[in-house]
Design a protein around this ligand. Sequence first.
Ligand SMILES: Nc1ncnc2c1ncn2[C@@H]1O[C@H](COP(=O)(O)OP(=O)(O)O)[C@@H](O)[C@H]1O
Ligand SMILES: [Mg+2]
Length: 581
Amino acid sequence: MFRARGKVALRHGWTFWRRSIQARVVVTTVLLTVLAVGVVGWFLLQQTRQGLLEHRVSVVVAEASSEVQDARTRLGAASGIDVDASGQRRDLVEPIIQRGLTRGFEVLLAGPVTGAGDGRIANGGAEFSPSLDIRSVPVRLEEHFARPSAATAWTYTSIRNRTSSGAETSVPGVVVGSQVQLPADGQTYTLYFLFPLEDEQDTLHLVVRAMLAAAALLILLIAAVAWLVARQVVTPIRMARRVAERLAAGQLQERLRVTGEDDLARLALSFNQMASALQTQIRQLEDLSRVQRRFTSDVSHELRTPLTTVRMASDVLHDARGDFDPGTARAAELLQSELDRFEGLLVDLLEISRFDAGAAVLETDDVNLVDVAHREAEAARPLAEQRGVRLVVVAPRHPCLAEADVRRVERIVRNLVANAIDHAAESEQIQVYVDGDDHSAAIAVRDHGVGLAPGEAAMVFNRFWRADPARARSTGGTGLGLSISLEDTHLHGGWLQAWGRPGEGAQFRLTLPRRVGAPLRRSPIPLVPADADPAELARPVVSSPAPADAPGQQADQPRDHAAGGPGDGAAGQPGDTGDSR
Ligand SMILES: Nc1ncnc2c1ncn2[C@@H]1O[C@H](COP(=O)(O)OP(=O)(O)O)[C@@H](O)[C@H]1O
Ligand SMILES: [Mg+2]
């Protein structure tokens, strides 16, 4: 449970990090400052340490030399006769030890040095300050003085002491060694002076503490500065984002507040100008399209009354055509058929203006698309036979259900089948495929006629668009069929898409969600027919494409465009081509 909570917190933190420029600026600045302060601090510390130590070492070496000098003078003054060596040794070192106690250094006298490796401190016999641990003199320095007349030398060490209570202490220090000759036995002895570096260490600690405090303060200050500076930039950006969101949501009168004359103010100014320009344009377009729609709707309504009268007159003429001479009779027939077309066009126009007015309503029911396909195929069979084409329905045994308005779905399929018959080649076969799954149901109408040129697949749904106006006029289309079908499809939240290649025919596919308004992700039928796509040839036949057609949309527009090559065309209606719908 804690782990889950930790994960959630981590995710929130990550989201915050990704979304907040301010957080990123502050964190990056702080990290870089820590790095810079670390490097500079380290450098300063090294310099200070070196300076302190160098100074101290020069002082202690001078002090040790003067002590040795002093000792030599004393020894020189002493008579070398009648005095035993150990007494003289004690005389030599005692005063120095005493002075060391007051001045804060310690002394050790080792020897005699014979050059044969004896006389080591560890072997005993050395004289030294009370409480000094003889291991304080490093062996390396001792080795330097292993032979007589070695030069004065120094090194760093840690000075150990045993206090009266028996506890051991250890402080860093410098040890300076120098040799003297004892007149009593003529042997060489080594004097070691051990100076503690405690004061320097304290100073250094003080410097480190001060520097750490200063660094912490500096980092805090810089973080605050970065936060403030980032805020100055981020606040207007956030404001602009909010206003842009409101603009996008349709509140076209939203504007940014402009203060000052800096870059951000100029950005806000340009943003506002852009918003104003867009607002004007959108208003104009809205007005224009409103006028256009009103016009279509008004004209269609106005035409209805005179058309009814003309129709009645034409019916009279048509009925009486047997009494006319052949020319007039032919004219009466033409009048009748053109009036049919006119009426069809008017019905379509009225339907379109109903969609435009938002007056179209869905009367939904569970519709089995298999039944719809059979019904429409039956209804179109006489026309198909007349044109010499065959109609086959390829449907699964199970029902393909969708919640839909059956009248509208029938109208869509009727239009698709009629188009296919119109554009099919002589004596060919038109297939009506039906399939469905748990989420959607689809009908595809495939013909092998003239097909669609590249780019036409997207245009067929435009109002009044016809690939060949002359041809369409001869077959009686108004050019409104597919746009009405598309509006019907949109009412259901479905897809209506076209694929076609010149000379290879076309396929129109209607996909409806199982429930109205449920998002569509894939269609049970591929948009590109199996026989047209070389990549599909290896797959099972189209009547059961659902399992073979794994990630649904792949079978749709993107791959078709990419793989189809020249002369290929497939498209959905505008806004329907994305995966999201
Ligand atoms: N199956 C098809 N094959 C080739 N072109 C087609 C097909 N279906 C439709 N089209 C093209 O789309 C145009 C628009 O179709 P539609 O909106 O139904 O109007 P209409 O059928 O009245 O011409 C047609 O004129 C034709 O050029
Ligand atoms: Mg049509």
